[in-house]
Design a protein around this ligand. Sequence first.
Ligand code: NAD
Length: 370
Amino acid sequence: MEVLNPASAGVAMSKDAPTKPQHHTGFDRLCRYAEFLNFGDFHMKFDHATGLRAIIAIHNLKRGPAIGGCRLIHYPSTDEALEDALRLAYMMSFKSAINNLAHGGAKAVLMMPKVIHNREAYLEAFGRFVNELGGRYITAVDSGTSPEDMDIIARQTKFVTCTTGSGNSGDPSPQTAFGVFRAIEAAVKFKLNRDSLNGVRVAIQGVGHVGYYLAKHLHACGAQLTVCDMNQRSLERVVQEFGAKVCEPEAIYDVDADIFAPCALGAVLNIETIKRLKVSIVAGSANNQLAHHQHGVALHERGILYAPDFLINAGGLIHVAVIYDHASEKKAHEQISHIYYTLTTIFEKAQQENRATSDIAEMMALERLK
Ligand code: NAD
């Protein structure tokens, strides 16, 4: 069976995508990309009165209505906006399936105009667009949107979550960090056979939103932290609060530690960086950590235990989905905590079959999307 790595989906767009004859226009090419990623459908809306230009990409409805954030950012072109929507929706399906949520994956992309003259009218137009899809897509907060925006959208549709009344702060990073923390606990148990994180050495790349909360959990358990970031204020905060050591951003791959936690950028695991790592575990929040699918195998061959990103960074999604389905905060917390057990199952299977954990996780998600 062909395994499509969401981490290499961006690469697939440029290198591995099916043959792309020169005469294909941008739209043809993107339809072929959607076909390649086994897409359900995507929808576009233009609203002259408000300036809305929106795309909703629905990857898979097999597990239930598709859920995914609504991104409001600048895009240089419609092609790039659509490509982003497809890539992100595809990844949402994997995150949802691997975490056993009763939802499919989707994403909405709003192409920010130079000026939004009336933000309420603009978001209401988007709300009507969501409503036209009859519940196949449930929208949520993402880059450029807030719980207050979701309140406006909710005037037009009930297929919305992350409203101010849902107890959502608009910042999913504490929940995401908790999921990564549970993954680190599982990896330490599996690889180092330790129940405690006391004295475990963790190198964190990026201590912004998720990295900060992850550092907080780890510090509370007695872990020793080395961190890097481009932002001086973020660094100072973790030094002062958690006694973290600081290294230069480029030196983070050479840190002698037990765990490398990428919490900044995608594609940081490539042939060059994997060679340099002195850790036995990689577990962090960044999306698409593997520059290419094959780098999961490279980590496996070096004996480094990799916790697949799309499984362990889904805490924010799990929280939103569980609350939308009328369950409690406690239930959401339990389900994020369950990442520990899903990951342990993947580690065990990978060990039995002598395969990369990334391969096992993708196969598991694909099975659940069939
Ligand atoms: P953020 O922007 O708050 O933090 C990222 C930090 O990385 C920033 O402080 C930035 O200065 C730093 N950084 C940038 N380039 C760096 C480099 N080369 N070396 C070291 N540090 C660098 O973002 P975030 O919300 O904390 O998310 C972190 C990662 O996790 C992103 O890849 C994001 O896509 C992913 N993610 C986040 C969430 C979430 O809930 N926020 C959920 C899933 C995945």
